[in-house]
Design a protein around this ligand. Structure first.
Ligand SMILES: Nc1nc2c(ncn2[C@@H]2O[C@H](COP(=O)(O)OP(=O)(O)OP(=O)(O)O)[C@@H](O)[C@H]2O)c(=O)[nH]1
Ligand SMILES: [Mg+2]
Length: 135
């Protein structure tokens, strides 16, 4: 069954010129990118996006980072897209992410781990509503 997930190419990946590499891997896997836009998000959107982490010690740094420059937001669709994109991304901590995954191949820092992908179908729909309200 086709699913939708919100993918963010985070500001570190945009700064490092890795946007194309992330898009290439998504397309090579066979998922469809049905919306795509580069934008610099407000603190308000960032805080809503990461609301589940509001009580964590890293929350303020996370909001600072995700608003530190432009990101590329995408809706990615396909069978098993939520879990499939999490596999392509690799573990949250890039030092634990498998080689061959985006984080495993290109990152070392848990705070700057290149990509975001929704962690469930319900969260995907909530996040898509935040970034692409008309989708
Ligand atoms: N500094 C720090 N950052 C963390 C830690 N845990 C999570 N984060 C950051 O917070 C983000 C959100 O955490 P999670 O939602 O648990 O991880 P995730 O789903 O793999 O990452 P996202 O796709 O960005 O949501 C992560 O991508 C990390 O950048 C931590 O222990 N320390
Ligand atoms: Mg998450």
């Amino acid at each position: 069954m086709s699913e939708r997930t919100l993918i963010l190419v985070k500001p570190d990946a945009v700064r490092r010129g890795l946007t194309g590499e992330v898009i290439r891997r998504i397309e090579a896997k066979g998922f469809a990118i049905t919306r795509l836009e580069q934008r610099h998000i407000s603190r308000d959107i960032a805080e809503q996006h990461y609301a589940e982490h509001a009580d964590k010690p890293f929350y303020a740094g996370l909001v600072d980072f995700i608003t530190s420059g432009p990101l590329v937001a995408m809706i990615v669709e396909g069978e098993g897209a939520v879990a499939g994109m999490r596999q392509l991304m690799g573990a949250t901590n890039p030092l634990e992410a498998a080689p061959g995954s985006i984080r495993g191949d290109y990152a070392t820092s848990i705070g700057e781990n290149l990509v975001h992908g929704s962690d469930s179908i319900d969260n995907g729909e909530r996040e898509i509503g935040l970034f692409f309200p008309d989708a």
